[in-house]
Design a protein around this ligand. Structure first.
Ligand code: 7TS
Length: 414
């Protein structure tokens, strides 16, 4: 857990839950127990209402109209960028690029920075825990350039050992691209140490913050990374919006990702010049209302005591780990110290998919499968895991519901 978030404070989870309309519904006649927030988080009514308000009262295309409504929409869209900037403590507004998600943000970096600065024989360092979104774009770049991917190992408990990490970084390393927090194991990677190693080798550091931004306090300047990406939908915002943060000098040096409206300075058939960042990377009509929705999610999080949220999630994780370990035949996967509130496990004799289907009958939503991390599954020696992931609206009672449903599933499946 991030040091800045360890302070305990009173946290009224009942009050928080009342903000999330979907949590009041039932599935299969049972109260919904939503334990899949690492895949996508539920939305508070403040976000839903902001989206509805934007479409009902403030909607027009941005950056183009000379009329009041377009100016209003542009102001709201750009205000969302400033909210993101403050949330991650970026030094400059122009360093915050809206994308359609983390996946697009990583592909953008691979296709623009990568194609410009990575050559045959250069090395890109990843870790064994990466999501496919932070593997495949680099494989595409490898196929195009002849660069080499090197993989830092993961320990049996899910930790990333910095000494082992140091062994795969060398003079040919040009980029280190790693998760801030693993979506399968919950491991919080030692990103500050990794930043030092990367920079000492003259390499850039990209952090995949999809899970990190949700569970950790993120200050991109303090983390020492060069690129930080995340998706809005895991941060209680809408789908279809993500963030690429990069240092200004990098964005200046990178060519555009896509061509189209809004990203140009001037166009003739002979020659086109680009707008400065972030517009250079936001071709076409952007996800306007999605950005406004993400801004509303950030506003919502800012109304909460984030240290108290972190303490609450930590307590949920500790309780879940202890309770799961007491279920016969259950093995926890991912027990690194200081990990975030994501817990994978396997249960002897039950395939994770069958288990998730049976849990669903009790109203419990968990993820089962490879979690878009097939290389990690292979290293762990499993085909799949079941994963419960916790968010600021989950309760200890929901952990009890998971355990009760698991015991019931054992009667059905074993
Ligand atoms: N990186 C990490 C660490 C992730 O957890 C995910 C999504 C992505 C990248 C891709 O994000 P997207 O919003 O662009 O799709 N993780 C998960 C998951 O764990 N279950 O479903 C999606």
């Amino acid at each position: 857990m991030n040091k800045k978030l360890v302070k305990t404070a009173a946290y009224d989870v009942t009050k928080v839950r009342a903000d999330f309309p979907i949590l009041a519904r039932e599935v299969h006649g049972k109260p919904l127990v939503y334990l899949d927030s690492a895949a996508s988080a539920q939305k508070p009514r403040q976000v839903i209402e902001a989206i509805s308000r934007a479409y009902s009262h403030e909607y027009a295309n941005v950056h183009r109209g000379a009329y009041y409504l377009s100016e209003t929409a542009t102001t709201a869209y750009e205000a969302a960028r400033e909210k993101v900037r403050r949330f991650i403590n970026a030094a400059r507004l122009k360093e915050v690029v809206f994308t359609k998600g983390a996946t697009e943000a990583i592909n953008l970096v691979a296709a623009t920075w990568g194609r410009s600065f990575i050559k045959a024989g250069d090395e890109i360092v990843l870790t064994a825990v990466e999501h496919h979104s932070n593997i495949v774009p680099w494989q595409l770049l490898r196929d195009a350039t002849g660069c080499v991917l090197r993989i830092a190992p993961v320990a049996v408990n899910g930790s990333i050992d910095i000494q082992e990490f140091a062994k795969v970084i060398g003079p040919k390393t040009k980029l280190v691209a790693v998760a801030h927090v693993s979506n399968v194991l919950g491991t919080v990677l030692p990103v500050r140490e990794i930043a030092e190693l990367a920079h000492a080798a003259g390499a850039k550091l990209l952090l995949d913050g999809c899970q990190g931004i949700v569970h950790e306090y993120v200050d991109v300047q303090d983390l020492g990374c060069d690129f930080y990406v995340f998706s809005g939908h895991k941060l209680y915002g809408p789908t279809g919006i993500g963030i690429l943060w990069a240092r200004e000098a990098l964005l200046e040096a990178m060519p555009p990702y896509q061509g189209g409206g809004d990203m140009i300075d001037s166009v003739t058939f002979a020659k086109t010049t680009w707008a400065p960042p972030p517009a250079k990377f936001e071709a076409g009509t952007p996800p306007i209302v999605q950005a406004i929705g993400l801004g509303a999610a950030i506003d919502y999080l800012n109304t909460l005591d984030r240290a108290a949220v972190a303490a609450h999630e930590s307590a949920l994780l500790r309780y879940a780990m202890t309770s799961l370990a007491q279920v016969p035949g259950v093995r926890l996967i991912g027990t690194a110290p200081g990990k975030a509130a994501v817990q994978s496990f396997v249960m002897e004799g039950a395939h994770p998919h069958d288990l998730a289907t049976v849990l669903d009958r009790s109203g419990v939503c968990v993820r089962a499968g490879h979690h878009c991390a097939q290389p990690l599954m292979e290293i762990l020696g499993v085909n799949a895991t079941t994963r419960a992931s916790f968010a600021l609206y989950n309760t200890m009672g929901e952990v009890d519901a998971l355990i009760a449903a698991l015991r019931k599933a054992q009667e059905v499946l074993l």
